[in-house]
Design a protein around this ligand. Structure first.
Ligand code: GMT
Length: 376
């Protein structure tokens, strides 16, 4: 099948999932065309079945806001016609489902039928999409999608609660290639980051307020009072400065490393003992799944889709959002004994197996088949 994928090309989970999906689809014999404003960060274009089409928006002084949706829908029309695309899969409703629907209608006027699958990822529904500025357009474009999927049961329920959605929402969870997480590193280079007796605790996110990175620092501070440890914070975002200041204020700044955005998260996870994800909202928590796949237990909040991923008492622990004391005591209970830590590491990996690429990508292929049938 010739599939066009529209996504955000950044480090965000939705872009990562879209990219990994595209790559996996080419391994199943499909031809995939990524259409976005920059080459996705996880895409290295090594296969001739993968194409990347850049959407450019010309600056024009009249425009206070550049019309990206217009450029995207025009690009979609051109790519669909030039390459004979059979199906469009848009990740993240805003503005991709909207632009996709416009492209679909423009093509329809030329006698070309293009089924559109929209995957909802989280903030497009729970944070941004339900703002009155966007809600009518988001509701419209979700309802006009041929098939809608969500990355967790929790996000499906949130979508029905927050929007008047007429069509069925199919849950297709995010996934991880477990084969790539059979630890390929003989030497994790742990000694670059910590002393042998220190536990390594990691947090990976876009450092936005919704991630509650300061809670992660508070949890780490409590762990540090019980055992030697290091905290690695991976990612860039608006909370970074305030978090750095909090570490200085607590006198723990020498124990915390801010590593910035990284394409080598798996290498960092390779030597991590525990992953912290105390988010306010999290439709799925791909970062938690990536940690689990690397055998890193997760202490997280119990918001959104996290309980579907991180299993309490098995792959880690869940607590109410903001319950820093409980999260710290759960972290300490995992980290205090080598045996307990080893048990949680094994169990984290086992729980990640449920989301192996081999199990989930065929679910997307089934969705595509269904979408094709719908428009015949
Ligand atoms: O977490 C973010 O702020 C980024 C956001 C995105 O759109 O890339 O992540 C969302 O989609 C991910 C992939 O499906 C999910 O794993 C994240 O849980 C979800 N984030 C939120 O719901 C806050």
């Amino acid at each position: 099948m010739k599939i066009a994928i529209v996504c955000y090309p950044t480090f965000g989970g939705s872009g990562v999932v879209a990219t990994e999906l595209g790559i996996a689809l080419t391994e199943h014999g499909h031809e995939v065309h990524f259409i976005t404003y920059k080459q996705p960060v996880r895409l290295d274009l090594i296969s001739h079945h993968i194409h990347f089409h850049e959407v450019s928006v010309n600056e024009y002084p009249l425009f206070h806001y550049q019309p990206y949706e217009l450029a995207l829908s025009s690009k979609l029309v051109n790519v669909v016609k030039q390459y004979g695309i059979e199906l469009l899969h848009v990740h993240y409703a805003i503005p991709h489902a909207y632009a996709g629907y416009m492209a679909k209608k423009m093509l329809e006027a030329e006698g070309i039928t293009l089924p559109m699958v929209t995957t909802l990822h989280g903030t497009d529904i729970t944070l941004v999409g339900n703002h009155p500025f966007y809600k009518p357009a988001v509701t419209f474009s979700i309802n006009k999608s041929d098939i809608v999927t969500s990355v967790s049961q929790s996000l499906k329920e949130d979508t029905h609660r927050l929007f008047d959605i007429k069509n069925e929402i199919i849950v297709v969870p995010n996934f991880i290639d477990m084969e790539k997480h059979i630890n390929p590193y003989t030497d994790c280079q742990r000694d670059l980051m910590a002393e042998p007796h220190e536990r390594i605790i990691t947090h990976v996110s876009n450092l936005r307020p919704v991630k509650r990175v300061k809670d992660a620092i508070e949890i780490f501070d409590r762990i540090l009072k019980k055992m030697p440890a290091r905290l690695l914070i991976v990612g860039e975002g608006p909370e970074k400065e305030a978090c750095e200041a909090l570490c200085v204020e607590k006198g723990i700044d020498e124990k915390v490393a801010f590593l910035g955005n990284s394409n080598e998260v798996d290498k960092i996870l390779c030597f991590s003992d525990l992953f912290l994800l105390p988010s306010e909202k999290e439709s799925f928590g791909l970062a938690a799944l990536e940690a689990m796949a690397s055998g890193v237990p997760v202490v997280s909040s119990n918001t959104g889709g996290l309980p579907e991923v991180n299993i309490h008492g098995v792959s880690g622990y869940l607590s109410e959002v903001g319950n820093i004391d409980e999260m710290a005591s759960n972290a300490i209970s995992i980290l205090s004994s080598d045996d307990t830590l080893a048990k949680f590491k094994i169990q984290a990996k086992e729980m990640a197996q449920r989301f192996d690429t081999a199990r989930i990508v065929p679910q997307y292929e089934a969705v595509y088949e269904k979408a094709l049938q719908l428009v015949i």
